[in-house]
Design a binder for this molecule. Structure first.
Ligand SMILES: Nc1nc2c(ncn2[C@@H]2O[C@H](COP(=O)(O)OP(=O)(O)O)[C@@H](O)[C@H]2O)c(=O)[nH]1
Ligand SMILES: [Mg+2]
Ligand SMILES: [Zn+2]
Length: 308
């Protein structure tokens, strides 16, 4: 049977078969993996697998093969810092939920997220939540963000997660796609998922990632079906994704508004700091590339000297 992994508990994998039925599946003995990546988890949410029925009366099965992944995102394993952990695979869209206030999301964080998504070739969109709470100065910030990210080529959706009337455009955008949800704790991720998927009842106001005992709890990603078609992948406790390894001149490839202007730079290894004939610096001076985005770019460039 062919199946799709919706949830992993470490030892069991909740798998949906092609008729929509769910199975409790596990690995036993040898399993075929198309891909050679060394990770602490052999199977991730979003993986397509083949499995044999073990006990039809209780819907259990044995996974025999993990099919090739279209893409996947990793982070450092919570158990072993030298190992990778696959958070999810086969992602069509990365959605970042941010808030201007309560809590405040920094544009530096947003830019780093967008850059990582670009590096993984996963399209990204930004959702600005809690727009019902904005004071006049915050409304000014929202206009500024709409301008910055619009100019950079990103879609940005202002919403109120508690008000379904504000979510229709976003809902349509998610149809038939497998979308990874990310965002700081408290921005309204669970509230938004609850609105998009009536009846799922995720707990809100939950602080995830660390248990009360001060020990790191492994919070697993979980996938949910969206009414009408499409899926949402929730990643509780995962603040940032991606471990990327690249050389400095590559960084501007992951800023779309820079990428499209790179041919204009005089030197093909230009890092757009102080080289003569730099098309990026010219575009920043002309107001075609936002200064905020350029500042984020420089910050990330400098951080590449440090260990990520
Ligand atoms: N005013 C307002 N409050 C919201 C909105 N979205 C979420 N909240 C509240 O923000 C708090 C955190 O929401 P939650 O969904 O748990 O955030 P998560 O940590 O990102 O999953 C809860 O008290 C929600 O009721 C919104 O659009 N407007
Ligand atoms: Mg939550
Ligand atoms: Zn340049």
């Amino acid at each position: 049977m062919k199946g799709l992994i919706y949830k992993s508990t470490g030892s069991w994998y909740i798998t949906q078969d092609e008729t929509g039925a769910f199975w409790k599946t596990r690995i036993k003995g040898k399993m075929k993996i198309d891909e050679q990546i060394s990770s602490t988890n052999p199977i991730a949410v979003g993986d397509y697998v083949k499995f044999d029925v073990e006990d039809e009366s209780v819907n259990t099965g044995i996974i025999t093969e993990v099919l090739g992944r279209h893409n996947y995102i990793v982070r450092v394993s919570p158990h072993n810092k030298t190992q990778k952990h696959i958070i999810a695979s086969n992602i069509d869209l990365a959605l970042l939920i941010v808030t201007i206030d309560n809590p405040r999301t920094s544009t530096g964080f947003i830019d780093r997220f967008l850059m990582t998504a670009e590096a993984y070739h996963i399209p990204a969109i930004i959702v600005v939540n809690k727009t019902d709470l904005l004071k006049p100065k915050h409304k000014e910030t929202l206009r500024h963000w709409m301008d910055i990210y619009g100019k950079a080529g990103y879609e940005i959706y202002p919403v109120v997660a508690t008000d379904p009337a504000t979510l229709a455009t976003l809902f349509n955008k998610l149809q038939y796609k497998s979308t990874l949800f990310s965002g700081h704790s408290g921005v309204g991720k669970s509230t938004l998922i609850n609105q998009l998927i009536p009846g799922i009842a995720l707990k809100t106001n939950q602080v995830s990632g660390w248990s009360g005992k001060g020990q790191h709890t492994t919070t697993f990603a979980e996938m949910f079906d969206l009414p009408g078609g499409g899926r949402i992948i929730d990643t509780p406790g995962v603040k940032e994704f991606g471990l990327i390894d690249f050389e400095k001149p590559e960084l501007s490839h992951y800023f779309p508004e820079m990428r499209q202007r790179l041919n204009g730079c005089k030197f093909n290894n230009c890092v757009h700091i102080n080289e003569p004939g730099c098309a990026i610096i010219e575009a920043v001076r002309a107001g075609e590339i936002s200064e905020d985005r350029y500042i984020s770019y420089v910050g990330i460039l400098e951080s590449l000297d440090e260990e990520w």
